[in-house]
Design a protein around this ligand. Sequence first.
Ligand code: FMN
Length: 289
Amino acid sequence: MPLLNASGCLDALTAPEVARSLDAFVTKTVTPLPREGNPPPRIAETDDWMLNSIGLQNPGIDAWAEDSYPRLVELDAELWVSVGGFSAHDYALVCERLDDLKGVAAIELNLSCPNVDEAPETAAELTAGARAATAKPLYAKLSPQTSDIAEAARAVEAAGADGLSLVNTLRGLALDPHTLRPRLALGAGGASGPALRPIALACVHACARAVELPIVGMGGVAAGRDALDLVAAGATAVALGTILFADPHAPARIRAELESELRARGHSSAAEIRGIALGSAAPAEASSK
Ligand SMILES: Cc1cc2nc3c(=O)[nH]c(=O)nc-3n(C[C@H](O)[C@H](O)[C@H](O)COP(=O)(O)O)c2cc1C
């Protein structure tokens, strides 16, 4: 079962050995123009979640293509590039640039960053614009912050997405216990980590029912059991995000844990349990064990 990093949670140029321990490396989101990101503090943490408001800090596509891309292809890890922007034109422009770069295996469209203003177009319109600009595989990364994620999945599938990445962070607010003011300079931010797990699982489950697309599941994965759950809900690959900040060895550990979780249930590969949760609920007796 392919294991990736979640966009923005691993810098492959400073930790190349971690990138090589994955099946593909996903870059932090790249936009048409350079961005400094939001003012600090822009990270707040507890054991259960991380809150960030990085705000798509990146060098812009021109500097990325010139400086980062040649070094990333040398790493010899499959390269996915996350693309963001503030209009359909922005997404199409970056996708068009990436289309010429042989070393880019896939593009992930970040359609759902909670820390910046959204493009006025819908996720489907942004996907359609990107589709017209590149022949590379396109993964649409959706927000869990919607009343009907299955509907969004059907819409991006119809617009030409080749896969889904589920999910991005969920908007949250954390207050300083003494001052009772927001811990992040901008107020709210994107919540990730273990608190996101059941939400990600529900989103993967709903989308796997709705569309035939491959799904990269992510959200709070910290152990093999979490990866197992996402695959059971219908994910075809799993991405590690917040856990990588605490445990750079997580990819090897989670792979080993997933294998023993599968073996303990009498399976030899993740493919054997993929989508098993899409069937009917377990009998009450079995599920209470
Ligand atoms: C510090 C930080 C930076 C992130 N930057 C991006 C980003 O640039 N683009 C993006 O699509 N998602 C970004 N994300 C969201 C993650 O890719 C992922 O969707 C989310 O954190 C859920 O996974 P997790 O709970 O395993 O971290 C970021 C998350 C964190 C914690």
